[in-house]
Design a protein around this ligand. Structure first.
Ligand SMILES: Cc1cc2nc3c(=O)[nH]c(=O)nc-3n(C[C@H](O)[C@H](O)[C@H](O)COP(=O)(O)OP(=O)(O)OC[C@H]3O[C@@H](n4cnc5c(N)ncnc54)[C@H](O)[C@@H]3O)c2cc1C
Length: 248
């Protein structure tokens, strides 16, 4: 008699495992403590009679679920997005919007104003995988923060660009969270070092970098708006990626 695999839990993980084993002819039994299968995937019924499906509904093409969903013939809808971020359990595709506020604020704060065409580039292409990425945090649909990464796979250096948190949500730790997510992204994509430069007027940004493992170094580029250059060793950084931030 063939060995039987015992799978504990009939959530997505357990059910997909059972499905894959079944396809390979390996018998399995799934044990579930709850009175229904599905785990966190559930149909939610509201008092007013509305019904909503909760659970996995949005994911990147890199998700291991993608080929399986195609194989099962489930209807999938493509949504254009330069990049995305998950915050508080919500997945936010980026379609533009925050760059204007970011540039306006820099122009207002920098003593010499800010003209993005004079600054080291961070174009849409450079901020799209595999060249780089852009994380955008939104609150009730409005962009309230962003952070970009240019990935230099030839040197193993990740370049942080466009770090910005809106005045309306400062002090909540969003900047640190974006920065840590960028560090995790860079590390998991093979970068050993993270670099950035900043303007002397952005004192809160400098404080964030100094307390996030960055050390100030000699100028490594000729960015006209920079007065301070920072570097962080990613050798021991966590390799968390934005799309795998846990749901609560
Ligand atoms: C509202 C919502 C929206 C989401 N949206 C997305 C999305 O857009 N994209 C995305 O990628 N993900 C999304 N997720 C997350 C995704 O649904 C979960 O990551 C996934 O369902 C987790 O599956 P799992 O099998 O690993 O865990 P669970 O679903 O937690 O399943 C674990 C199962 O194991 C059972 N169990 C635990 N211990 C025992 C035991 N000792 N004996 C027997 N049974 C046991 C539990 O009862 C449960 O049924 C969302 C989640 C929620 C709640």
């Amino acid at each position: 008699m063939a060995d039987q695999v015992v799978i504990v839990g009939a959530g997505l993980t357990g059910l997909v495992t059972a499905y894959q084993l079944h396809r390979r002819g390996v018998p399995s039994v799934v044990l579930e403590a709850d009175d229904r299968p599905g785990g966190r995937v559930a149909t939610v019924r509201f008092a007013d009679g509305a019904v909503a499906e909760g659970g996995m509904e949005e994911f990147w093409e890199s998700s291991p679920a993608y080929p399986l969903l195609q194989e099962l013939g489930l209807p999938l809808m493509d949504q254009p997005a330069l990049s995305s971020v998950m915050l508080r359990g919500c997945f936010h595709p980026f379609r533009g919007g925050s760059a204007g506020a970011y540039f306006d604020e820099l122009g207002g704060r920098f003593n010499a104003g800010f003209d993005p065409s004079q600054s080291i580039s961070a174009s849409d292409d450079e901020m799209s995988l595999p060249e780089g990425l852009l994380l955008v945090a939104t609150l009730q649909g409005d962009p309230v923060g962003c952070g970009a990464l240019k990935l230099h796979s030839d040197t193993g250096i990740g370049e942080v660009k466009r770090m910005w948190v809106s005045q309306s949500v400062r002090g909540l730790g969003l900047g640190r969270r974006l920065l840590e997510t960028l560090a995790g992204e860079a590390s998991s994509r093979g970068m050993h070092t993270l670099r950035l430069e900043t303007n002397e007027t952005l004192s809160e940004a400098r404080h964030l970098y100094e307390t996030s493992g960055f050390v100030e170094v000699e100028a490594f580029n000729d960015e006209p708006y920079a007065h301070h250059w920072f570097q962080r060793d990613l050798t021991n950084a966590p390799t968390r990626r934005a799309e795998t931030v846990r749901y609560t």
